[in-house]
Design a protein around this ligand. Structure first.
Ligand code: HXC
Length: 304
């Protein structure tokens, strides 16, 4: 990310302690960098220790000359509540309560719903819906016990308003977290815990392109289908995340804010227009490509 495009003053996030799930790659990494640049202590977690260590080393080196801020990497699969508990113990031992949590970790792939198995559904729902809740619950309980304030931010999609064909487990799970955002914003607001969400449009990342546009066949709200004629840029997402996580906007609570160039208003921000025309052979081919990506990631996790 081009950090010179961050719109906030250096040091704004000094003293903030933020966990970014899925922070080793993709959007999580970009937001983590934004917080770090502005002086926060950032904890990143994900399933691949090697990837997390690489990201932590790169970000630390890139921002070595700036005051404040550090990045700490913890391997943790958010589908496992015990693993979350142990990781959060380590974070607390490293300096006390978190002041913020970014629920960013996710999984997704395009598929006709009739081609999904129960396992396929659970692969997404266990990460996006259950995993996000487990993280929120473990950390929320500690904060309530200690009487500490914090900001929770979940990364959703505009499908929480429109639904979305060909990504039904993701659309359902993200919608559940949209409901969690609104529900806990009210229930836990009295504890000083606030809950917001960002619904990004197309911000291309490697993990996403390989599973939502394998071989370039997916297509969604970017490029010429978007009123702005382009995809999002990472600093734009990071600026919104800092606004919601940093000091100064604490009265914003219970909101899911889209950042998609009005792709949602123009076309629903979904895959339907492109994917509804595909036949069996094309779906088989895309499934094989997605499987290749998943296998490669699994091999990486085994060696990490
Ligand atoms: C049908 C599929 C499939 C496919 C996997 N499955 N890919 N079914 N079509 N293309 C099925 C498998 O056959 C299996 O079911 C089950 O899903 C579990 O597969 P695994 O590979 O064993 O799962 P796992 O290793 O747990 O991996 C989880 C994952 C994977 C979600 C499937 O994609 C992953 O780790 N993703 C993380 C990164 C990612 O997805 N990034 C994109 C996020 S984009 P069976 O029945 O065969 O056992 C995003 C929103 C973007 O979240 C919004 C843009 C606007």
């Amino acid at each position: 990310m081009d950090v010179s495009k961050l719109m906030f003053r250096d040091g704004l996030m000094e003293g903030e302690r933020i966990l970014v799930t899925g922070g080793g790659t993709g959007l999580g990494r970009e937001m983590a960098e934004g917080f770090l640049k502005l002086g926060a202590t950032v904890y990143i977690c994900g399933r691949r220790q090697n990837k997390l260590d690489e990201t932590a080393a790169e970000l630390t080196e890139k921002h070595a000359n700036e005051p404040g801020g550090k990045v700490v990497a913890h391997a943790c699969d958010i589908r496992d509540p015990q693993a979350i508990h142990e990781m959060v113990d380590k974070i607390w031992a490293d300096g006390g309560a978190l002041t913020g949590v970014v629920n960013n970790a996710a999984g997704n792939f395009i598929s006709r719903t009739e081609d999904l198995s129960v396992n396929g559904f659970n692969a997404i729902a266990d990460i996006v819906m259950r995993g996000t809740f487990y993280v929120t619950l473990d950390i929320g309980k500690r904060l309530i016990d200690e009487g500490k304030k914090a900001s929770f931010l979940s990364i959703l999609t505009t499908w929480v308003w429109s639904g979305s064909a060909f990504v039904v487990p993701s659309a359902m799970s993200k919608t559940a977290i949209h409901a969690m955002t609104q529900s806990l914003a009210t229930e836990w607001g009295r504890y000083g815990l606030r809950f917001n969400a960002i619904a990004p449009g197309l911000f291309p990342t490697k993990g996403m392109s390989a599973r939502l546009s394998p071989g370039g066949q997916g297509g969604n709200s970017g490029g010429n289908m978007n009123p702005m004629g382009r995809a999002g840029e990472m600093h734009e997402l990071a600026n919104l995340a800092v606004f919601l996580m940093g000091p100064g906007a604490e009265y914003v609570n219970g909101q899911t804010i889209a950042i998609d160039g009005a792709g949602y208003q123009a076309n629903g921000g979904t895959f339907y227009p492109v994917l509804q025309g595909l036949g069996d052979a094309e779906w088989d081919q895309m499934r094989a490509m997605i499987k290749g990506t998943n296998e490669k990631d699994k091999a990486d996790r085994a060696t990490g």
